[in-house]
Ligand binder design. Structure first.
Ligand code: FAD
Length: 301
């Protein structure tokens, strides 16, 4: 039996594990991708203490910190969470069951799908939602990014390292939602070509994606398409917990990161704790608070 189980191994979850262990709680982290979104980020330049650090280095340092204190990390997705009496039972995709007295939910957000014709058919066959993971497969080939925010900018920059040409398909007339820092960077890369006021009508190809047809009629020859249109909250496992969510679907928490279920805390992007300011710095703060609240909860029991 663990004192604390953390679902999610991003900055929020790993920080909850660090604080959990330091409070003397036996802690386990269950995470599909250990490191979370940060692990995919080529460079982070606003996390205090590091003028510039790769996401891989930052997430490895957080993992190392958590495990050095004795936290266990299981790289598995959680599929179900149940509560019986005062015990939470957490089931993973391999069928492993873990029992814990408190729970921190730090599973982050889900990448949004575009919903265009052909999208589902070509997922994994040229359509990807992670440029850092799949970009190197497109060395010397033309690709497209769909979206106009920071995720799209980062994807275009990563792909600019490998692809022969990078179209950025965006429905608005300029990049309103992109941080000036990213905007300046993509403007300097000649092979990144923004296509404003365009939307995807359909993805076309035989076995793999070959073309993107735009609403305006233009057809682009591409070998890969990266969909980067943001994130949405979801509960990625079955549960009988009566968790209160806000109108957008985020887990409602109080100042102590307590959810509506006693013994369950939420931290990071999935919680309402940062007023939707999704950053590493806010996620780690919430993770620390959640672990402290879990500790206080156990003290009262
Ligand atoms: C393109 C981009 C650039 C960014 N740049 C910056 C930046 O420069 N600086 C900055 O501060 N922030 C940046 N961010 C934001 C930052 O990455 C997030 O705010 C932060 O990672 C949130 O941490 P988190 O722990 O809440 O969630 P995440 O990092 O999303 O981690 C979620 C964790 O939950 C796991 N998980 C999900 N479902 C399950 C499940 N069913 N079972 C088990 N585990 C599960 C995931 O595998 C992962 O380990 C950027 C984000 C994006 C998308």
């Amino acid at each position: 039996m663990f004192d604390l189980a953390v679902i999610g191994g991003g900055p929020a979850g790993l920080t909850a594990a660090i604080y959990g262990q330091r409070y003397g709680m036996r802690t386990v982290v269950l995470a599909g991708v250990v490191g979370g979104l940060v692990a995919d980020n080529p460079l982070i330049e606003n996390y205090p203490g590091f003028r510039s650090i790769t996401g891989a280095d930052l997430s490895l340092a957080m993992q190392d910190h958590a495990t050095s204190l004795g936290a266990e990390i299981k790289a598995e997705n959680v599929v179900e969470v149940k509560k019986k009496g005062k015990t939470f039972t957490i089931k993973t995709e391999s069928g492993t069951e873990v029992e814990a007295r408190t729970l921190v939910l730090a599973h982050g957000l889900k990448r949004r799908k575009l919903g265009a014709r052909g999208e589902d058919k070509f997922i994994g066959k040229g359509i990807s939602y992670c440029a850092t993971c799949d970009g190197p497969f497109f060395k010397g080939k033309p690709v497209a990014v769909v979206g106009g925010g920071n995720s799209a900018a980062l994807a275009a920059l990563v792909l600019g390292e490998f692809a022969s040409h990078v179209y950025v398909i965006y429905r608005r007339e300029k990049f309103f939602r992109m941080q000036p820092y990213y905007l300046r960077k993509i403007e300097k890369v000649d092979k990144i070509e923004p296509l404003f006021k365009e939307e995807v009508a359909e993805f076309l190809g035989k076995e793999k994606i070959e073309k993107v047809k735009l609403e305006g009629g233009r057809v682009l020859d591409v070998s890969g398409v990266f969909i980067e249109i943001g994130f949405e909250p979801e509960l990625p496992f079955k549960t009988d917990l009566k968790l209160t969510r806000d109108e957008k679907g985020f887990l409602k928490v109080d100042a102590g990161m307590r959810t509506s279920v006693p013994g369950v805390f939420a931290a990071g992007d999935i919680s309402t704790g940062s007023d939707y300011f999704w950053q590493v710095a806010t996620a780690v703060g919430e993770g620390a608070i959640a672990a402290r609240s879990a500790y206080e909860h156990l003290l009262k029991e």
